[in-house]
Design a protein around this ligand. Structure first.
Ligand code: PMV
Length: 330
C-alpha cells in the first residue's frame, strides 16, 4: 500500500494575461491531495473519495481492457473522469493493467481553482506506478498528468500539473506554442490566507468572456493585459528580493485590473477588501475568477476572521517545495 500527496497551487500574478502571451507567477501550496493505492488480485478498481464527493463509485476494467466507471449521479462524473483517465494513461504507459483500490482525500476545496484536478491526476499516476513497483521520472509524470487534463478538458495549460509535480514557485512564460517554466527562489516566506466561495462561472466561460472584450475593444483591453504582464515581472523581482510590501501593492493593482476585465464578483471583492482592511499587505482574486478563490498576503488571524465575516471559507497556506511525494509505503 502506498500513499502519495500532491500540492495545490495559487497564481500570485498574471492569470488571464497569460492566455495572451504575458508571463504569470504560480506557487505550489502546502495544502495537499492524497491518493492511497493498494493493488488487488482481481481486475476491479475501487475509488473511495469522500472529500471529492465520490463515495460509492465502482470502476472496473472490462474484458477489452477499458476502464469502466459506473455512478448514479452526474455531478460526480467530472471529478471522477480525471481519476479514470489517469489510471488509463498510467496503465498504457507502464503497459500493465492490474486492479487497484484507491482512496482519495483532499485538504483543498475541489473545483475552486486550486489545481485539485491536476493534483489528483499526478498523485493517481504516481501511486499506481509506485504500487506496482515502477519508478517514474517527474518529467514523465508531469507530461502524463497534463495529458489527463487535456483529454478530460479538451485543452489545458501545463501550469497546474507542473506545480503539482514539482512544487515550488514558477515563472510561466508562454513562447509560441510552448510554455517555459522557470523556478523562482523566494527571498522570504510568503504567508497566504486563501478565501473561497462557490464558483458561479467556469474557467472556460471566463476566458471566452475576456476574449470577446479583447476582440470588441482591443485598444482598451490590450493595455490592461500588458500591464498585468508588467506586474508579474515586477512581482517576481519583489518575491526574489523578499519585499513583501511591494508584492502586496502589486497584488492590489493586479486585482483592480482583473476586476476591470470583469472576472471578479461581489463576493470576491468583499473578501479582497475585507482582507486589506484587516491588515493584509495585499489581496487579489486568484485563478480564473467568477467566484472561487482569493489570496491575502498575511498570516494575521484578523485577516482570516474578516474574510469569514464576508461569508468566505478560509485556508492558510505556505509554500510547498517538494511537489508530488511518497508519504508512506508499506
Ligand atoms: O482557475 P485556474 O487556476 O485554472 O486558472 C485559470 C488561469 C487562466 O489564466 C484564467 C486560464 C489559463 O489557462 O491560464
Amino acid at each position: 500500500m502506498i500513499t502519495i500527496r500532491a500540492p495545490g497551487k495559487v497564481i500570485l500574478y498574471g492569470e488571464h494575461a497569460v492566455v495572451y502571451g504575458e508571463p504569470a507567477l504560480a506557487m505550489a501550496i502546502n495544502k495537499y491531495l492524497y491518493v492511497t493505492a493498494r493493488a488487488r488480485d482481481d481486475n476491479k478498481i475501487n475509488i473511495n473519495a469522500r472529500d471529492l464527493r465520490l463515495a460509492g463509485i465502482s470502476v472496473t476494467i472490462s474484458e477489452g481492457g477499458d476502464v469502466v466507471a459506473k455512478t448514479d449521479y452526474g455531478a460526480v462524473i467530472s471529478a471522477l473522469s480525471y481519476v479514470k483517465r489517469a489510471i488509463e494513461l498510467a496503465m498504457e504507459y507502464l503497459d500493465k493493467k492490474v486492479g487497484i483500490d484507491l482512496e482519495i482525500r483532499s485538504e483543498m476545496p475541489v473545483g475552486a481553482g486550486l489545481g485539485t484536478s491536476a493534483a489528483v491526476a499526478v498523485a493517481t499516476i504516481l501511486a499506481y506506478a509506485k504500487e506496482l513497483g515502477y519508478d517514474i521520472d517527474k518529467r514523465e509524470l508531469s507530461r502524463l498528468a497534463w495529458q489527463v487534463e487535456k483529454d478530460v478538458q479538451g485543452s489545458a495549460s501545463p501550469t497546474d500539473t507542473t506545480m503539482a509535480t514539482f512544487g515550488g514557485i514558477m515563472y510561466i512564460k508562454p513562447e509560441g506554442n510552448n510554455t517555459v517554466m522557470e523556478p523562482v527562489k523566494p527571498g522570504a516566506n510568503v504567508p497566504l490566507i486563501i478565501g473561497y466561495v462557490p464558483r458561479i462561472s467556469t474557467t472556460k466561460d471566463l476566458v471566452a468572456m475576456v476574449r470577446r472584450k479583447y476582440e470588441i475593444m482591443r485598444n482598451i483591453i490590450e493595455p490592461i493585459i500588458k500591464s498585468i504582464g508588467l506586474i508579474t515581472k515586477k512581482g517576481r523581482e519583489a518575491l526574489e528580493m523578499g519585499d513583501l510590501e511591494l508584492m502586496g501593492t502589486l497584488m492590489n493593482i493586479n486585482h483592480g485590473l482583473l476586476d476591470a476585465l470583469g472576472v471578479s464578483t461581489r463576493q470576491l471583492n468583499d473578501m479582497v477588501y475585507a482582507a486589506r482592511h484587516a491588515g493584509a499587505l495585499g489581496s487579489k482574486l486568484t485563478g480564473a475568477g467568477g467566484g472561487g478563490c482569493m489570496i491575502a498576503l498575511s498570516d494575521r488571524i484578523e485577516v482570516e476572521k474578516a474574510i469569514e465575516l464576508t461569508g468566505g471559507s478560509v485556508l492558510r497556506a505556505g509554500l510547498d517545495t517538494n511537489g508530488a511525494t511518497i508519504i508512506s509505503n508499506d
